[in-house]
Structures are given as C-alpha cells and as structure tokens.
Design a protein around this ligand. Structure first.
Ligand code: UDX
Ligand code: ADP
Length: 470
C-alpha cells in the first residue's frame, strides 16, 4: 500500500488530501501539522477550513484511509510520498521584505523530511504550496546536506495546487489540469509517473500535464499573476468608463466575447483580495528582480499598484461624494470577505476600504454573512482609529440604520435582494450607495431616491459636478 503524508493541514493541504483519500481508497493519507489545535479541529465536527462539500468528504474518509495527526516525524518517516503544504507568507522584514516569500516554515519542513528519513528507503517529496521559483532545487540541497538521511534517496517534484477558495472540493474533484514538474532523469521521470498514477485514479490522463521543475513552479505564480492582471486591467478600464460615461460591464462583455480573451475574471470591482493573488504577483516580480529583469518586475508590480489605486479611488469617491468629509458620519459596510462564498478576509479589499474610511474618522458598521466579529475587529484595527468607530451588525438593515452612506464591498447574493426601500427609509439624507461589485440595480435604487455610485458605471448626475477624487 502506498503511504502519503502531507506536511501542513491548512487551506491547501487539508482539502487536497481529503479529496485524494476519497478518490484513492487503497492509499493511506496522513495529514500532519505542528499546530495541535489545527489537528484537533480536523478531527472534530467543526473543520478548520469551511468549503462546500468538504465535511462530507472528510466524514467518509477519516478513520478509513485519511488521518490527521500532530505526530509529524512518525508519519513523514512512514510515507513513500511526502507533500509539503506549509504556509509561505510574504516576508514582513529583512531582505526582500514586502516582496519575497518567507521560506522559514518551508525550510523547517524540509529539515523534518531529511531527519525523518531512513537509509535505503526512497521518498518522493512534492511541493504543493506556491513557492518561489527554484525552491525545489533548494529543497534538494537541504535533503542532500543531511546526507540524504544516511543513504535515503529523494526525488523532488512540483505539483502546485490551482483550486479556488469556496469551490475547493469541486475544483479538486474535477481539475482543469494537474501539473507535475520533475527532473529530467530516470529517477525523476519514475517519481513523476508514480505521482501521475495517484492522480490517474480520478483525473483523465490528458489533463495531467508534465513539465520540468522550474516551469511548474513558474506556472503557479504566472497563473495567479495573469488572473490578477486581468482584474487590474478591467479595473483600470473602469476608471476610464466613469470619466467618459461608459459602462464597464458592457465593455467587459463585449471584450470577453472574443474567444481569445474569454469572459472570466473581467468583473470590475474594488480590487482583488485573498491570500494568493497579490502574494504570487509580488513573488513573480521579485523573481524577475533577482534575475536582473527590472522592466519585467516593474510590469508585474504595476498590477499590484493598479489594485491599490482602485481601492484608494473607491475610498476617495465615497469621501468626495459625501461633501468631502465622512468625519463622525456612519457608513454601513455590506460584505467583508475577500469574495462571495467564503468566510475569509485575508487581504480583503473591504478591510482596506474600512481602514481608509476610519482614517477619515468615519464610523463604520459592518455586516458580513460569514466573517466573524473578532476577525472584522482585528482587520479594521487601524492605528488612528478608535474601537468605538467600528460596529459589527447582525444584518444589513441594522448596519444601514441611521447611516449616511452604504458601501457594498463583497458580492454576496443576499445583497442583490435586500429591501432597499426599507434601507432608504432608515438612512440619513441624502442617502448614498457605493457599490464596488456591480451588485445593486442602479436604476431601481435611483428611483427610490438614493444617490448611487457603482464602479465603472455612468456617474449619478448628483456626483458629476463633484471632484472625483479619483
Ligand atoms: C486564486 C486562484 O483563482 C486559484 O486558481 C489559486 O489556486 C488560488 O488563488 P482565490 O484566492 O480563492 O483563488 O480567489 P479568486 O477566485 O481567484 O479571487 C481573487 C480575488 O479577485 C477576489 O477578491 C475576487 O473578488 C477578485 N476578482 C475575481 C475580481 O475582482 N474580479 C473578477 O473578475 C474575479
Ligand atoms: P496554505 O493556505 O498554504 O495551506 P495555511 O496557513 O492554511 O497555508 O496552512 C499551513 C499549515 O502548515 C499551518 O497549519 C501550519 O501550522 C503548518 N506548518 C507550518 N510549518 C510546518 C512544519 N514545519 N511542520 C508541520 N506543519 C507546519
């Protein structure tokens, strides 16, 4: 029986291994983590990662061929294939701060693998987390420096994960492609074949793509960078649409209708968020910089710069529309997650918008159907803001009661069908709605009496004369 161990029971390791265990009943899969509370949560009824369908998958496999354990060394020692799926946040300080990935967790995982290995027992080590290019090479060096575990042989492969949050199980069950990068040697090819055989249990062969190691590593960063670049491109166009009086959603539809361009990831908004896109664009830029490719690095940095511009532009619109000041005014914020369908607010544009408004001394009242109060408070704790400036509401109506303005910052479906007449009745006059995600029916809201700003749409006559601040 093949034994698989995954180091890191996080957003990536947990769901991807659970689906692997589901689809490969003859393989034993152990997911290990240094964090005991994380492991306890995976072994409980309240999983630490909320994904539609994940509970059912874990329930079916846990105790059969899927286990979660804090005994990292034992499971790593037992495994034939070790996935490394630890976090690689952007470095907060030191060399490359704000641009490079912090490989501390990752290096410690590599050392665990080296130390837990036995002579005469070969292992396949698979990078699963998004890592800087050439990390596989570094991993090989660490493994070799440990004397290969006194004779243990290692083959390092790259097998980046492409699922999106909120659709993890669906994406894992039916991936567009599975990418396996490995060295072009007999042993490397054999290792890649062994991993391909695992995926072949449920993924059609023609969707399993083989490349060399570096290409697989770059592909992961490039995929996220291209998604981010599309969002920044359409957001840059949204600014022009507002200036000219065009409608960005019509433009996106017209452009995306070209099969070469495609319609996905062309929704203008308040900028991309989440733990992946910005981090990977910055890593790609840093890789370019490290190889002396200043212009290429600058190109990718502009994707992040436009994202910052879009968030700032939104805040400036809100403030400029409300007579140049939000000081002491209540602003309702609907939506805090970085996108619809997730309880995750990491790098959420909503947090940046709140901090911007709080910096201008607004009082914000936040409602999100999934993100908890503690998290919202943590994310809005701006240095200049006071705790009482932030309220967390139980629903949209409570958030909007007595507010001067209302911002829609996540595209939750429930915001499309709110009783906006009731909301209007409870708000101060003039009542402003600032829709960053194209959620509201602009015409209907204007009929009710709101002054409406919707990103990339023709401006409300009320806003036309005002300085855009954009
Ligand atoms: C992303 C990639 O999509 C996935 O393939 C990779 O494995 C991990 O990173 P995720 O971080 O879950 O997935 O979020 P994604 O769905 O890509 O959205 C990222 C951000 O872009 C969100 O804030 C979303 O609201 C925003 N976005 C997306 C837009 O503003 N407009 C769009 O058209 C699409
Ligand atoms: P990702 O989104 O990449 O899955 P997460 O932060 O959700 O990242 O999860 C990474 C997990 O890896 C965390 O639970 C962390 O405790 C774990 N981890 C980090 N370093 C190690 C290590 N050396 N050994 C085992 N687990 C580790």
């Amino acid at each position: 029986m093949v034994k698989i161990c995954c180091i890191g029971a996080g957003y990536v390791g947990g769901p991807s291994m659970a689906v692997m265990a589901l689809k490969c009943p003859s393989i034993e899969v152990a997911v290990v983590d240094v964090s005991r509370p994380r492991i306890d949560a995976w072994n409980s009824d309240r999983l630490p990662v909320l994904e539609p369908g994940l509970d059912a998958v874990v329930r079916e496999c846990r105790g059969r061929n899927l286990s979660f354990s804090a005994d990292v060394d034992r499971h790593v020692a037992d495994a034939d294939i070790v996935f490394v799926s630890v976090n690689t946040p952007t470095k907060a300080r030191g060399l490359g701060a704000g641009r490079a990935a912090d490989l501390a967790y990752w290096e410690s995982a590599a050392r665990v693998v080296a130390e837990a290995s036995r002579p005469g027992r070969s292992k396949i080590v698979v990078e699963k987390s998004a890592v800087p290019v050439r990390t596989a090479e570094a991993m090989e060096r660490i493994l070799l420096a440990h004397g290969g575990g006194g004779g243990a042989a290692f083959q390092v492969l790259s097998n980046p994960e492409f699922f999106a949050e909120g659709t993890a199980v669906r994406d894992l069950l039916c991936p567009d492609r599975v990418l396996i990068g490995g060295p072009d040697t007999d042993a490397g090819r054999a290792a890649a074949r062994a991993l391909r055989d695992v995926y072949a249990n449920w993924v059609p062969e023609d969707r399993i793509v083989a490349t060399d190691l570096c290409s697989a590593e770059i592909s992961k960063l490039a995929a996220n960078a291209l998604l981010a670049q599309r969002v920044s491109s359409v957001n840059a166009i949204s600014a022009l649409c507002e200036a000219i009086g065009a409608d960005v959603s019509d433009v996106a539809r017209a452009v995306g209708g070209d099969g070469r361009v495609g319609g996905a990831f062309l929704n203008a908004g308040v900028g991309f968020g989440g733990p992946n896109l910005q981090k990977d664009v910055l890593q790609l830029a840093y890789a370019c910089e490290c190889h002396g490719l200043a212009e290429a690095a600058e190109y990718w940095r502009q994707v992040v710069a436009v994202n910052e511009y879009q968030k700032g532009r939104f805040v400036r619109r809100v403030v400029a529309s409300m007579f140049g000041t939000v000081a002491g005014k209540k602003v309702a914020v609907l939506g805090f997650a970085f996108k619809e369908g997730v309880a995750d607010s990491r790098e959420s544009p909503a947090a940046d918008v709140c901090r911007g408004l709080l910096g201008d001394r607004a009082h914000v009242s936040v409602y999100d159907p999934a993100v908890g109060e503690k998290q919202i408070r943590r994310d809005t704790a701006a240095p200049a803001a006071k705790e009482r400036q932030v309220r967390v509401a139980r629903d949209a109506y409570e958030a909007a009661e007595g507010a001067h303005g209302l911002c829609v910052l996540t595209e939750w479906d429930e915001f499309r069908t709110l009783d906006y007449r009731r909301i209007f009745d409870g708000m101060r006059r003039p009542a402003f709605v600032f829709d960053s995600r194209g959620v509201v029916d602009v015409g209907k809201l204007r009929e009710i009496g709101f002054v409406v700003y919707s990103v990339g749409k023709p401006l409300d006559p009320w806003l036309k004369g005002l300085p855009a601040g954009a």
